[in-house]
Design a protein around this ligand. Structure first.
Ligand code: FAD
Length: 394
């Protein structure tokens, strides 16, 4: 019988990890705290379409796991071949292309991507359990195998199962990480950055329909309103709308005391976005949208001493979103791990080499992600900005 692998978390990285282990012939079981988003009718309606950028790093990992699956997913992306910089008067836009040959990053609806990956799981022999919360884990330092995991189901039942290997993909506040730390020496740091974010929504242009989406600004650019101490960005959705994100320091957002002050602030600093989002949308966002905290998580090693449990994705390296690489890096974790399994023949040997193979790259992308806030919010306006301003890295 093939060795058993439990993947914890059916987010973007967990789904890809489950597919990857399954394609190598392992007996995979996937556990997810939340309900199946495909059955959650509210997830499609109440949630705005929050999108993210898939880059070459992520696409290579998708293709490695399953070329045809990657093609099916990539049908849904909107390529962004450059940044579009919006000036403070709201009248000028400047395109800064990413490459000489049309290279692009790609906007995709996060929920759609998750659903596509879940659909792919259904085509494989992967058992998926939703509404199963990981609550306990066996000792990850002793050589014994298998290791037990304990879950609480939605009707508060406790279920204990044993697995040969555990792959923790349960996000920035990972329970797998917390449980592994109880029986191994794992260095861990978590740092909140001074920025926060609020999600906003730019509706489709007038006359837009599902068969003929119309955009108020070019969909093939990542739009940036760089204002140094704060900024706005927007990525296109396939229905003609844009998901926009306002980033600022906590001090700045806390100093805005009412929705009217928020409207005044937007009118002054982002006049074109003010018109596109509309007063009602801005007021709604100020009053209802949560302010998102942003943090960096670093840890080492990623793997348990008995080489039976591993952390990947945000569980291993939550990073600030300014480089658009959190998920891409998580997908690359899967890619690197699978190549190590290929080279080393067993999961145990691959796990034993993983931290050394991955740590330097992960630390680098986390540092670049933080640094890119300065690039996006200021350097795009002034190429000499970074030379004049001292930048602290996390
Ligand atoms: P998650 O997506 O957090 O999934 C973890 C899963 O584990 C969840 O489904 C959760 O319910 C489940 N879980 C948690 N606890 C348990 C438990 N105890 N038991 C069972 N299941 C559990 N990245 C990019 O690459 N490009 C971008 O453009 C981009 N933009 C971003 C913009 C913003 C504003 C933010 C905040 C992030 C952005 N990211 C981007 C980062 C990206 O969202 C994350 O890196 C990615 O979602 C991480 O995926 P994951 O599967 O590791 O974790």
């Amino acid at each position: 019988m093939s060795e058993s692998v439990a993947v914890i978390g059916a987010g973007l990285v967990g789904c890809l990890a489950a597919l990857a282990f399954s394609s190598k012939g392992y007996n995979v079981t996937l556990y997810e705290l939340r309900q199946d988003p495909r059955q959650d009718v509210s997830s499609g309606k109440s949630m705005r379409s929050i999108n993210l950028a898939v880059s070459d790093r992520g696409i290579r990992a998708l293709k490695y796991v399953n070329e045809e699956m990657a093609e099916r997913i990539l049908k849904h992306v909107i390529p962004m071949t450059g940044r579009m910089i919006h000036d403070i008067t709201g009248t000028k836009q400047e395109s800064q292309v990413y490459g000489l040959f049309g290279e692009s990053i790609n906007s995709i609806d996060r929920l759609l991507l998750n659903k596509c990956l879940l659909d792919e799981l259904d085509k494989c022999n992967i058992k998926t359990f939703f509404e199963h919360k990981l609550v306990d884990m066996g000792n990850v330092s002793t050589p014994d195998s298998p290791i037990f995991l304990e879950f609480v189901t939605k009707d508060s039942k406790r279920e204990k199962r044993e697995f040969d290997f555990i792959v923790g993909c349960d996000g920035a506040f990972s329970q797998s990480r917390y449980l592994m730390q109880k029986t191994m020496r794992m260095n861990y740091s978590q740092k909140y950055v001074e920025q926060q974010y609020i999600e906003l929504y730019i509706p489709p242009a007038s006359g837009s329909s599902s068969s003929d989406p119309k955009y108020s600004i070019d969909p093939n650019h990542l739009h940036i309103w760089p204002r140094k101490e704060f900024m706005l960005i927007a990525l296109a959705n396939s229905d003609g709308s844009f998901t926009s994100t306002f980033f600022s320091t906590w001090n700045l957002i806390d100093s805005i005391k009412s929705s009217q002050e928020f409207l005044d602030f937007f009118k002054k600093n982002f006049p074109d976005a003010y018109t596109m989002i509309g007063e009602a949308g801005l007021k709604h966002a100020y009053e209802n949208q949560p302010r998102g905290a942003l943090m960096q998580v670093a840890l080492s090693p990623f793997v348990s001493p008995n080489n039976r449990a591993i952390l990947i994705g945000d569980a291993a390296h939550s990073m600030v979103p300014f480089y658009g690489q959190g998920m891409n890096c998580g997908f690359e974790d899967v890619h690197v791990l699978m190549k190590l399994i290929e080279q080393n023949k067993t999961i145990e040997k691959a796990f034993s080499k993983y931290t050394d193979a991955r740590k330097e790259d992960v630390d680098t992308i986390c540092r670049l992600a933080y640094e890119n806030y300065q690039n996006m919010s200021a350097k795009v306006l002034d190429p000499f900005y970074l030379l004049r301003k001292k930048i602290d890295y996390v």
